[in-house]
Design a protein around this ligand. Structure first.
Ligand code: NAP
Length: 217
């Protein structure tokens, strides 16, 4: 897709990755509207409100070409394995991104792109992060099925599954504490790869832990 002038909504722009992506897209000439809980736009626990955020952005931009979803929460260890925490993880990490994307689909006028940050946990479900992994795997599976449904309509679905990047996300976990995690990539590296992926209509950005490198398809 052509990023210059692209009517873009970035949700979760108060986060490290969402903020960096919004800034990079603006630098590329995209017309960016941002939304976040911190700015008072929405809380991901309110799915109807998530959909309304997309409608408001599309009205402001006169349509929509690109939706970037960068919201998410982590939880670790036995404290994460309760119904309450699992519901929280699945609402923020799975259902809210689905609500944003569903609301964006009718706003794309013939063509559009959704770029959603899931996580490497979708490919590598990890002990100590079982519910968190499941929430990201659910999102990624949904994106895969959606991609097939939307292809003929001209809508691209880009699933970004980063490895651990030091953004402070683990320290903001809704339950439990992470074991010390070694960062496998840097924020700037990921942002550069996401922008290239958008320009080239990629479907997935994954990370091979054995090789220590990203792969884009
Ligand atoms: N960093 C990593 O290692 C890594 C690896 C793989 C995937 N990811 C994914 O990348 C995305 C961005 O993560 P990040 O590293 O940039 O973390 P971050 O800086 O903590 O950003 C998380 C974002 O999610 C938002 N959020 C959390 N709970 C919310 C809620 N209930 N309602 C609305 N917004 C909520 C935060 O909003 P507030 O500012 O209001 O809190 C913030 O904008 C997430 O989906 C994450 O799972 C990150």
């Amino acid at each position: 897709m052509d990023l210059s002038g692209a009517r873009t909504l970035v949700v979760g722009a108060s986060g490290v990755l969402g903020g960096a992506l919004a800034a990079a897209l603006e630098k590329e000439g995209a017309r960016v509207v941002t939304a976040s809980r911190r700015a008072g736009s929405f809380d991901a626990m309110d799915l109807e409100r998530c959909a309304a955020v997309v409608d408001e952005a599309a009205a402001e931009l006169g349509g929509l070409d690109l939706l970037v979803v960068a919201i998410g929460v982590a939880a670790f260890g036995p404290e994460a394995e309760t119904d309450v925490v699992t519901e929280h993880l699945f609402t923020v990490n799975t259902m809210a991104p689905m609500a944003f994307v569903r609301a964006a689909l009718p706003r794309f006028d013939g063509a559009g792109t959704v770029c959603v940050l899931s996580a490497i946990l979708a490919d590598v479900p990890t002990p100590g992060m079982a519910a968190y992994s499941a929430s990201k795997a659910g999102l990624s599976a949904w994106l895969t099925a959606l991609r097939g449904e939307q292809r003929k309509k001209g809508v691209r679905v880009f699933d970004v599954r980063p490895p651990h990047i030091e953004t402070g996300l683990a320290g903001r976990a809704v339950a439990g504490e992470a074991l010390p995690l070694k960062a496998a990539a840097e924020v700037d590296e990921l942002v550069g790869l996401v922008l290239t992926g958008l320009r080239e209509d990629s479907r997935e950005l994954t990370f091979d832990l054995r090789r220590g490198e990203f792969a884009r398809r």
